[in-house]
Design a protein around this ligand. Structure first.
Ligand code: NAP
Length: 304
């Protein structure tokens, strides 16, 4: 750990000697969770999974995972639980089922994107059950999840973080250790509000370019070659031009994240006027039934 910044980046091999073999439970096998769980199996860990819709576990079972039919059953047979669920409400309801059943001294790592005050509440709840809690939301979408290239933003006690490090290394290329429960989620709020705002601003700029008579492909290429545009737009530009909004990160979840960031801002008395406008744009896209498409489908609703 660097004293000055109170965090450190760790490459995947830093904690190789720290490898420990606990029985792992993974709850939430959606776009992200299914791929993260698969990387734990590939790394040779003993994995038990649970998902509300059990059919999503099929590939993982074929790879060697065990399936629990209830959250309770999973908790009774594991030492560490990872959750990758949709919303704070779903995380809360699920945690209430597994926390009482976990042995004291077990770990719970919540990778879902939730709000910081919620993570702090979950930290307390876990402590009341004698369970170590880490909030570890991720930066990176479907492809990084599949290739084990996520960035983990991990908040929690240093000794808990280093115990969990081998598992982060199996699922990610880097972990940012943030030393206090809730800090991972703090950072994740900032990243996703930047992503939402960048996407909407970019779509508006291209739309104005087209309105002024410029060629869309040219605008996309030139804008993404400048430092004023987020690198993510460079990764998306071909898909935007082809109107390919196949889902990587569902639009409904970035709207959820904007709402979580706005609620957090209100809790800490910080004004977010431009984020409020962006929220309306994504809400309009939700109302236009784009929620199950990729978040970049906001482009579709803003472009002329
Ligand atoms: P997803 O594919 O929609 O998966 C959501 C998961 O939550 C599924 O396992 C789903 O179960 C479960 N779930 C939803 N409602 C539930 C309920 N009422 N009871 C029990 N389980 C429920 O979403 P995702 O893209 O994997 O995202 C998961 C989390 O990671 C979200 O917090 C998201 O914001 C965050 N995230 C996503 C990305 C991304 O690029 N996709 C990147 C970083 C972070 P079913 O399968 O039964 O529906």
């Amino acid at each position: 750990m660097t004293e000055k910044h109170n965090f450190c980046f760790c490459d995947p091999y830093t904690f190789a000697l720290n490898k420990i073999d606990m029985k792992i439970g993974f709850i939430g096998l959606g776009i992200m969770g299914s791929r993260m769980a698969s990387n734990l199996i590939k790394a040779g860990y003993d994995l038990t999974v649970y998902n509300r819709s059990p059919e999503k576990a099929k590939n993982l079972i074929d790879q060697g995972a065990k399936l629990s039919s209830t959250v309770l059953e999973l908790a009774q047979s594991t030492d560490i639980i990872f959750t990758m669920l949709s919303t704070p409400e779903v995380v809360n309801n699920t945690a209430k089922e597994f926390l009482p059943a976990l042995e004291k001294g077990s770990w719970w790592v919540d990778c879902s994107t939730v709000n910081p005050s919620f993570s702090k509440k979950m930290d307390l709840l876990a402590k009341n059950h004698g369970v170590h809690f880490i909030d570890a939301p991720v930066a990176g979408s479907k492809a990084p999840a599949e290739h084990g290239e996520l960035l983990f933003l991990a908040g929690g006690k240093e000794e808990d973080l280093s115990a969990i490090a081998p598992y982060f290394n199996a699922m990610g290329k880097k972990t940012l250790y943030l030393n206090q429960a809730g800090n991972g989620t703090n950072m994740k709020m900032l990243i996703n509000l930047m992503l939402a705002q960048s996407m909407a601003t970019f779509a508006e700029a291209v739309s104005l370019g087209k309105g002024m008579g410029l060629d869309e492909g040219l605008v996309l290429n030139i804008l993404t070659a400048t430092p004023v545009v987020s690198p993510v737009m460079g990764l998306l530009k071909d898909r935007l031009l082809n109107r390919d909004f196949d889902v990587n990160f569902p639009l409904k979840w970035i709207h959820k994240d904007i709402m979580l960031a706005l609620n957090t801002a209100s809790e800490v008395n910080v004004a977010m006027p431009s984020l409020e406008q962006t929220e309306e744009l994504f809400k309009n896209a939700l109302d236009a039934n784009l929620g199950e498409m990729d978040f970049s489908a906001i482009y579709k609703s803003l472009i002329v």
